[in-house]
Design a protein around this ligand. Structure first.
Ligand code: PHE
Length: 457
C-alpha cells in the first residue's frame, strides 16, 4: 500500500469547515480585530475587511488548499512533489515547517496565560479584586518565573494531546465538539455585554462608519489582519487541505471557513468592546485587551452581580483557551505530518518531539517577560522577535510563495482540475477564470503591498 492510501481524510464537509475554522478563529479575532475596527473607521473598516477577504485572502486560501489536496502530503513535501523536486521549491517547503515551529512556541505561552486566567476566574479572583489591580496582577504573573512556564507546558501538552489522537479521532472530533461551543459562548458573552448600562459607546465605536479613515494604509492593515486571521502562510491550510478528500468542493469549504472567521470576529467585537466601554476604559489591542481590560470589566461588574460576572469570566477564558487551542493544533499538525511522512516517526513520537522542542523554545519566550527580559536583539525580546518575524515577515513571504507557486508553476489545467474536483462542480467551473485571475495577478501584488506597508508606513 502506498503512503497516500494510508493517509487519513476528514470525514465530512462539515468536519473540513470546522477544522479549518478552528485554525482560523484564534486570538487574532478576539484581541486584534475589534480594536482595528474601532481605530480604523468602524463599519467602513468591516466593509474593506470583507472585500479584502473575498478578493485577496480567499484566493490565497484556495491556492493553499489546492497545493495541499493536489499533493496529499505534508506542507514541506507538497512543494517538492508538485514541482517534481525542483531545487528552489524543495527548499521553500522548509519555510512552511520553520514558521509553525516558531509560532507554536510563542503562541502556547499566551495559551498558558489563558489557562492561568481560567483558573483565576474559577476562583472568583476578578470579582474579588479591585478593578485597578488588573494591570499589576497581569504584570506580576507574566514576569514571574515558574507559573507561566508551567501553564505554557500544560497548554502545549493539551494541544499536542489532541494532535496525537489523529486527524479523525483527535482533530476532527475536538473541532466538532468545541467550535459550536465557542460560538455559543461568544454569543452568551455578547448578550451580557450589550445589556450592560453604558454599553452604547462600545457599539458606536464598532459601528460608526468613518469614511475619512479609508486610506491606503487601512487597506493594507485590513489585508494583513485577514491573512493572519485565516492562518495563511503558515502551512496550516496546506496541511488541512491535504486531508480533504478528492470529491470535496474546495470553493464551498474555503468560503465557509472565511465566513465563519469573519462572523466570529464581529461577534467577538460585540462581546468585548461594549463591556470595555461600559467600564469606562480605553480599548487596547493585543494581550492587554484580554488580560487587563476584560478582567477590569469583570471585576467592576462583579461588585454588583458577583456570580453572573464570575460565570461570564469563566465563559470568556474557556472561549479563549478553545480558540487558541484549535489554532495551535492546526500548526501542530503541520509539524507532525512532516515528521511522520519525512522521518517515519509515529504520531505519538512526533508529538513528543515537538513538545520537547517547542516547549523549550516557549520556555525561553515565557522567561523573556521576566528573568530574561534584558536579553534583547535589535531592541526586542525573544517573544517579540518571534512574533514580529512571523507575523510581519515570514508569513507574508510564505503566502506570496504559495500563491506564485499555484499561479505560475502549476498549470492552469491542474489548478482548474483541482478547483472543480475534476469537473464535478459546474459553478466552480464558471467562476474559475475570475479565481485564476485573482490568484495569478491580484493576490501577489496585494501581498507585496502589505509587506512594504508594514515596513514603510
Ligand atoms: N488564525 C489565527 C488567529 O486568528 C492565527 C494563528 C493560527 C495563530 C494558527 C496561531 C496558530 O489567531
Amino acid at each position: 500500500m502506498s503512503a497516500d492510501n494510508k493517509r487519513e481524510h476528514f470525514g465530512s464537509r462539515l468536519a473540513v469547515i470546522l477544522a479549518m475554522a478552528g485554525s482560523a478563529i484564534g486570538l487574532g479575532n478576539i484581541w486584534r480585530f475589534p480594536y482595528m475596527v474601532g481605530e480604523h473607521g468602524g463599519a467602513a473598516f468591516i466593509i474593506v475587511y470583507a472585500v479584502a477577504t473575498l478578493l485577496i485572502s480567499l484566493p490565497v486560501f484556495i491556492a493553499e488548499v489546492v497545493i495541499g489536496r493536489r499533493s496529499h502530503t505534508n506542507a514541506r513535501d507538497a512543494f517538492a512533489r508538485l514541482s517534481h523536486q525542483h531545487p528552489f521549491w524543495r527548499r521553500v517547503g522548509y519555510l512552511s515547517i520553520v514558521i509553525p515551529l516558531l509560532i507554536v512556541s510563542y503562541y502556547s505561552v499566551i495559551g498558558g496565560w489563558s489557562v492561568e486566567y481560567f483558573f483565576k476566574a474559577c476562583g472568583f479572583s476578578f470579582t474579588k479584586m479591585a478593578p485597578d489591580a488588573a494591570s499589576s496582577v497581569f504584570g506580576g504573573f507574566v514576569s514571574s518565573t515558574w507559573a507561566p512556564v508551567l501553564t505554557h507546558l500544560l497548554f502545549l501538552a493539551a494541544s499536542l494531546g489532541v494532535v496525537a489522537g489523529g486527524v479523525r479521532a483527535g482533530i476532527e472530533k475536538f473541532s466538532k465538539l468545541t467550535l459550536p461551543l465557542l460560538f455559543v459562548l461568544i454569543v452568551a458573552i455578547m448578550v451580557y455585554s450589550v445589556t450592560l448600562p453604558g454599553e452604547g459607546a462600545g457599539v458606536r465605536y464598532l459601528l460608526h462608519p468613518d469614511w475619512s479613515e479609508l486610506t491606503p494604509r487601512t487597506f493594507a492593515y485590513a489585508m494583513g489582519q485577514s491573512f493572519f486571521s485565516l492562518s495563511l502562510g503558515m502551512g496550516a491550510i496546506i496541511t488541512y487541505g491535504s486531508y480533504v478528500s478528492d470529491h470535496e468542493n474546495i470553493l464551498f469549504t474555503s468560503a465557509g471557513t472565511a465566513v465563519s472567521d469573519l462572523l466570529f470576529a464581529i461577534l467577538a467585537g460585540f462581546a468585548v468592546m461594549p463591556a470595555v466601554f461600559a467600564a469606562g476604559i480605553e480599548p487596547s489591542a493585543g494581550p492587554g485587551l484580554i488580560f487587563q481590560s476584560v478582567p477590569f470589566v469583570f471585576s467592576k461588574m462583579g461588585a454588583d452581580v458577583p456570580v453572573l460576572s464570575a460565570l461570564m469570566a469563566i465563559f470568556f477564558f474557556v472561549a479563549i483557551i478553545v480558540a487558541a487551542m484549535t489554532s495551535c493544533i492546526s500548526l501542530g499538525e503541520v509539524l507532525v505530518s512532516f515528521l511522520m511522512e519525512r522521518f517515519g516517526l509515529t504520531r505519538v513520537r512526533s508529538c513528543l518531539a515537538i513538545f520537547l522542542f517547542c516547549g523549550a523554545l516557549g520556555v525561553l519566550c515565557s522567561l523573556s517577560f521576566g528573568p530574561l527580559s534584558g536579553v534583547k536583539v535589535a531592541g526586542m525580546t525573544l517573544f517579540d522577535i518571534f512574533d514580529w518575524l512571523c507575523s510581519n515577515v515570514l508569513l507574508l513571504v510564505m503566502a506570496l510563495l504559495a500563491v506564485v507557486f499555484t499561479g505560475f508553476f502549476l498549470s492552469r489545467r491542474e489548478v482548474h482540475d483541482e478547483f472543480t474536483s475534476r469537473g464535478r462542480y459546474a459553478f466552480n467551473d464558471r467562476v474559475f477564470p475570475l479565481v485564476w485571475f485573482l490568484i495569478k495577478w491580484v493576490a501577489p501584488v496585494a501581498v507585496v503591498i502589505i509587506f512594504f506597508t508594514n515596513f514603510i508606513l
